[in-house]
Design a protein around this ligand. Sequence first.
Ligand code: 6PG
Length: 253
Amino acid sequence: MGGQFRYVYPDGEALAQAAATEVMRIAHNSISARGIFTLALAGGSTPKKLYSLLANDPAYRQFPWKSTHLFFGDERHVAPTHLDSNYLMIQSTLLSSGLVPSSHLHRVHAELPDAEQAAVDYEVELHMFFNDPAMRLNGFPRFDLILLGMGPDGHTASLFPGSKGLEEKERWVISNWVEKFKSNRITFTFPVLNSAHEVYLLVAGADKADMLKEVFVQRSQEHAYPVQSVEPIDGNKVWMLDTAAAERLPQTH
Ligand code: 6PG
């Protein structure tokens, strides 16, 4: 049984540096323990600095890319060349370095016209990769590390408040209709998020402060917001925040 931890950093740069150090530490530990490192990447803007540090900063030159497999925790239903594509963001910040062997990159084929087909295809790829029961927990893939963000509305990955995907108990990857964007997203489900060894939430910016107060204080005992349903069964939930995001949290926590 893991725990929940929270760390606050002065700004986005310090958060990214600390996150890069943690990702590399977990990578080496996973490879020592299991011979491989399976990492699911987050989309959005907050992890951009982290990805570019891992790709360019000499401090992370020893990153074990040859034993690392990269996956996507969620993706927008757009082509990989579209500005909204999480793949495009990760391509420009990390993959363009050429450090990641192409066979170790497992992207969502979100260019497919049918989002459900893209979800099913990605699920099949995960089933094949996590075929060994030792790489599963209760039948779900057990990632070494899943990176997540959080929206001001408390969504994480593409599990948005009021969306059908919140209730999914069987599937690993689904297409989830997001009313406010009038679009589908392809996303990991909670059973997958909660089967990981480590789940790290990178949350930065003053626009997240109200929601973090809700999550940590006002409604800390409830599952009022999707991010509160991230509860690793046998793993750690680690929050890495910047001061602006943590502004409304009591110091004592
Ligand atoms: C996505 C993400 C999403 C993101 C949050 C926070 O595809 O958008 O996976 O869950 O992490 O929306 O986004 P920011 O980091 O841009 O604030």
